[in-house]
Design a protein around this ligand. Sequence first.
Ligand code: SF4
Length: 437
Amino acid sequence: MPDYPKLVAANAAGEIFDLPDFHAAGRSGREIYPLDPALLMPLPASSRLYFLPQRVPVGYARKNRAPQRLDEYTAVAAFLPPAYTIFSVAAYHRQTAAPLLPIYAYSAVCWYQDRFCVPALRVDDDIKHDPAQFSLNKIKKLVEQRRRQFPANRLISHHGINCALRYGCPNAQNLFLQRWEAPIAVSAACNAACVGCISEQPGDTVQSPHDRLGFVPTVEEMVELAVPHLESAPQAIVSFGQGCEGEPLLQGALIAAAIKKIRQHTSRGTIHLNTNGSRPAMVSLLCDAGLDSIRVSLNSLREPVYAAYYQPRGYRFADVIASIQFARQKRLWTSINYLSFPGVTDDDEEFVALARLIEASDLNMIQWRNLNIDPDWYADSIGLADAPGTTKFLGMPRLLKEIRERFPQVRFGYFNPPVKAEPFAPRSVKRNKFKTG
Ligand code: SF4
């Protein structure tokens, strides 16, 4: 008998096992369906398996292929490391009083060919966030060393103590390892109220994984962090706009001043901005100041779905699109951080809207990053139709294939690429010797 994906569940003792009488299920939007073995890959190293409290697994009985709730078990999901885009979220039935799930992505997971498998794809071969690249002990020493070197720099302390050590942020860890992409958080405020914001949540929802930055750094603090990194790191990038802050465009004038000052010291490396794209005029200012690359985050290219999730304050969806188009006109490397959720991102109408944006903007790159959120919370927030079968979606694999075939010039990935790559650090640069003021 050919092998098939088996349902994975947990019992009250916290043991996780497969149930061979049930074909594993996945979910897109509110639709539940049997997992297709052709779309599975082995569970990536460093993934985590989660129990989903007060949620019971749903599988397809082998004997009659009917969907079935298994009320005596707890549903299980997988959280995958960065670089992997999921095709199906976990299928479960939520009990009435179930708490919201913490802000992570919940991939379907099954047992297939004697191992855990997930419906997912590695979309970026860059290793810069691979857990195997990081040694926490080494990073601890480097954070201490850099803080001793720059005792007055609040930004270096924040990215060291909070981001690198407390949140385990790979960009922050790479700052101290002096390689690849490094963060520069700058904004304590935001002009959106995303349902799944990772830096600030109202008290009655779920805990945000990060605390929002509590100060605005000075130009000198930013320059002191950025210049040594750009001068010496391999594939150097410094990025404004991080998970631990609000919207950087609200501090656009300060960022413009920092970029100009940084470029007085070095022309090496990429200066990048992660943003919600809400202020096209500020994007223009930053382009003129010397920004090299921009990534605009959005969950949807359909305005009602965008507005329901982002809850913009004082800007419109049209401003976000204008920022993308404007950045391309200024010849910046322009990406979207396309916060992907099966059943929404691959909706038929979403596909049309994405194709329209690519055609209208000459977009360079799509980063297919999983949206971290409780799946039911998201479906409710954006008003996804309750009745299964109401929405039509392509399926994530077909969406990626269609976009790839129709727009071969658009790069797929998960991370910001260096757009001014310089493979070797200049010999004259001594790491960590830079100081301003
Ligand atoms: S734009 Fe970013 S910081 Fe602002 S609410 Fe959304 S996720 Fe949070």
